[in-house]
Design a protein around this ligand. Structure first.
Ligand SMILES: N[C@@H](CCC(=O)N[C@@H](CS)C(=O)NCC(=O)O)C(=O)O
Length: 206
């Protein structure tokens, strides 16, 4: 059976668990990361030299990097739906998956770690406020892309919605000022109606 390594409160692990449930793939999971340790053990490093979560093992095949895992799972189990077969549609989904890592992540990390994983006396409010503005600008780009569509690629949900959906939930749950972005809000409401999203993404921020 497929095995996932990673703690449930990691946003990158959330993407993979949400995806597995949407695809109906059975799996087992082991705790790893932060207070659980494991990621520095020689056995884990042999699987994932980055020492990060998530890692999956699928019938002996080892893979890390959450968005690569989501692409792999969708290609294996959902070609034609979650994994678009049309090269242009697939490229657009992948473009937004890459954008999550290369653009959105930096500001979101500052805000999330600043407000959730840093004690109040050690916070840098100016840096957090600046990053919140930056994240708002990024989500405004996403809002423009979602306008007139139910999901990133149009009428149907795809793998492209997974990384950004997880981040949009986190963004909506943070105690920060946000611009009003109607297309993002409507899309997030659609995602929030999905049981797998509720189970794996809509968790208290810890
Ligand atoms: N680009 C990697 C990033 C992985 C990553 O940074 N994971 C974080 C959790 S979200 C981690 O492992 N943090 C250290 C830990 O949990 O010990 C991915 O998307 O999988």
């Amino acid at each position: 059976m497929l095995h996932v390594w990673g703690r449930r409160n990691s946003i990158n692990v959330m993407k993979v668990l949400w995806c597995l449930d949407e695809l109906g793939v059975e799996y087992q999971r082991s705790e790893a990361g932060l207070q659980h340790g494991v990621v520095d053990s020689p056995e884990y490093r042999a699987m994932n030299p980055n020492g990060r979560v998530p890692t999956i093992v699928d019938d002996g095949f080892v893979l890390w990097e959450s968005n690569a895992i989501v692409r792999y799972l969708c290609a294996k189990h959902a070609a034609g739906t979650w994994w678009p077969v049309d090269p242009q549609a697939r490229a657009v989904a992948e473009q937004w998956m890459d954008w999550q890592h290369t653009v959105l992540l930096a500001d979101m990390t500052v805000v999330f770690w600043g407000l959730v994983r840093t004690p109040p006396e050690k916070r840098d409010p100016e840096r957090i406020a600046q990053a919140a503005v930056g994240a708002g600008r990024s989500f405004a780009m996403l809002d423009a892309a979602l306008t007139g569509k139910d999901y990133l690629l149009g009428d149907a949900i795809s793998m492209g919605d997974i990384p950004l959906g997880a981040f949009a939930w986190r963004w909506s749950a943070l105690d920060i000022e946000r611009p009003h972005l109607p297309a993002v809000e409507a899309w997030l409401a659609r995602l929030k109606a999905r049981p797998a999203f509720q189970q794996h993404v809509m968790l208290p921020l810890t």
